[in-house]
Ligand binder design. Structure first.
Ligand code: DAH
Length: 352
């Protein structure tokens, strides 16, 4: 290896370093010259076979060339790094003048809000809010609510049974049929099984019916069940409680009336109607031309129900009621069709 050749190698390496246009390219140049098999490394390795007299001067030249190249590499590397950083800052720049994406705030649905408000009214007079399962057994839905298997009142509320084709379910649920609950009255039994009187509870939740949707019926709606069990509870207290509730929710000017009715789990039983606010009692499509709308069923707890849960009916009496929240919403806000509450039309819902 001649001095001129080493100088030429150094020169061409310096040119390649200067010409490298990216960190990656520069690294390739470094490997080609100073890497394990690089051209200058090879020269260094070959020093052994150089004649003694030349070795010192040639060696010194190789070394200074290596140092020069390393310095040049370092300089070019930091130049390239800086320009690459600048380029990436430019390309990834955020335009802070662009308008941001807005995240619209959601709000409570009318039915959820009204359910909460009704619970608040009762909470104010000492009730506690509980919840039961939406998929229920026949026992809690009917049997323990005084509607045994052959009771005709069952057919009014027979809804959607959860079919058991595997046999697994009935083993788990004690041979009982399972259905989507048609009423929140099931909560009564569950609470009385667990607790001793005095009981003052409210149980809101979704219920399911084999009904076709029309202005005043929905196959799925929200019900709130109420139950009181204590010493000396009577019908006058039930009436007073529900009249107080109606005034709180509808205002002083709405009329209410109690009509005798039948429910298997109460005796005597009644239905409560509120005067229709849409037609002001004149009669319209919503109230079926009667001027009244039924919003709840109620009554004095049948002693048979106490029998199922082991409460002594000689010592305790109670009252219960169950109301439909969607109907109450329509009456309170003069909505002429229950179905409007479920359509999810924001123009409609934003009004509330
Ligand atoms: N569960 C009844 C229904 O869905 C409503 C009802 C009536 C509940 C009378 C009660 C009650 O607690 O005492 O039609």
């Amino acid at each position: 290896m001649q001095i001129v050749e080493i100088e030429a190698l150094g020169e061409s390496a310096l040119q390649s370093i200067a010409a490298a246009s990216s960190s990656k390219e520069l690294e390739q140049v470094r490997i080609a010259v100073l890497g394990k098999k690089g051209s200058l490394t090879q020269v260094l390795r070959g020093m052994g076979s150089v004649r003694q007299e030349e070795r010192a001067s040639l060696g010194a030249l190789v070394n200074t060339t290596r140092v020069r190249l390393e310095e040049a590499l370092e300089r070019r590397a930091s130049e390239l790094k800086a320009s690459e950083l600048e380029a990436s800052i430019k390309s990834e720049a955020v335009d802070v003048t662009l308008p941001g994406r807005s995240h619209p705030l959601g709000s409570e649905h009318l039915i959820s809000r009204l359910t909460r408000e009704i619970c608040e009214v009762f909470r104010g007079i000492g009730y506690r809010v509980v919840e039961g399962p939406e998929v229920e057994t026949e026992y809690y839905n009917f049997t323990a609510l005084n509607a045994p298997a052959d009771h005709p009142s069952r057919s009014l509320q027979d809804t959607f049974y959860v079919l058991d084709r595997t046999g697994v379910q009935s083993k788990i649920l004690d041979e009982s049929e399972v259905l989507l609950r048609p009423q929140t009255s099931t909560a009564q039994v569950r609470v009385m099984e667990e607790e001793d009187p005095p009981i003052y509870i409210l149980a809101p939740g979704r219920v399911y019916r084999r009904d076709t949707a029309d202005p005043s019926h929905l196959p799925q709606f929200t019900q709130i069940e109420g139950l009181v069990v204590d010493r000396g509870i009577n019908f006058a207290q039930l009436k007073g409680t529900l009249e107080y509730f109606c005034k709180e929710i509808f205002g002083e000017d709405r009329k209410t009336r109690f009509r005798p009715h039948f429910f298997p789990f109460t005796e005597p039983s009644a239905e409560v109607d509120v005067s229709c606010g849409i037609c002001a009692g004149e009669g319209c499509r919503f109230c079926g031309g009667t001027g009244w709308l039924e919003i709840l069923g109620c009554g004095i707890v049948d002693p048979n129900v106490f029998g199922y849960v082991g409460i002594d009916s000689e010592e305790y009496t109670g009252f219960a009621f169950g109301m439909g929240v969607e109907r109450i919403a329509c009456l309170k806000y003069d909505v002429p069709d229950l179905r409007m509450l479920l359509e999810g039309d924001m123009r409609f819902l934003r009004q509330f």
